[in-house]
Write a protein that binds this ligand. Sequence first.
Ligand code: 5GP
Length: 138
Amino acid sequence: MADTVFGRIIRGEFPCHKVYEDDKVLAFLDINPLSDGHTLVIPKEAAETMDQLSDESAAALGRVLPRLCRAVIAATGAREYNLLQNNGRGAHQAVAHLHFHIIPKPNHREGLGIGWPARILDRDAAAALAKKIAAAIK
Ligand code: 5GP
């Protein structure tokens, strides 16, 4: 995996406004926040996307994310928020080191705006696709 700005932040070569650190996870404020308290949570493991992450780092992230969400909403006073995680350029991932965004949604103007081009689920296609995905789980 190519070195990224987040790798440099982990190694202490770039500054950040750190809010949390343990041996597997680092969290810091986003440099271009969508709202006050917009926080990035990253594994120290150099994984680019979620499908490449080890179970150990996934467990470490999962263990701490609810606590970090609680801290962000307590500190900002925002009761609503989005937890966002993009995988791949076409899916809006700009930094090629896996990261979760915790984005407070204090009002309709600030925070995350989402396009949600929903379709109707086709029953037959869905049954086949669910089987295919289930069979691909390792
Ligand atoms: P993505 O689009 O990859 O999901 O989000 C990348 C995020 O990283 C963006 O919200 C961007 O503002 C943030 N970011 C990019 N470079 C830096 C940096 O050097 N420091 C910090 N704190 N955030 C950054």
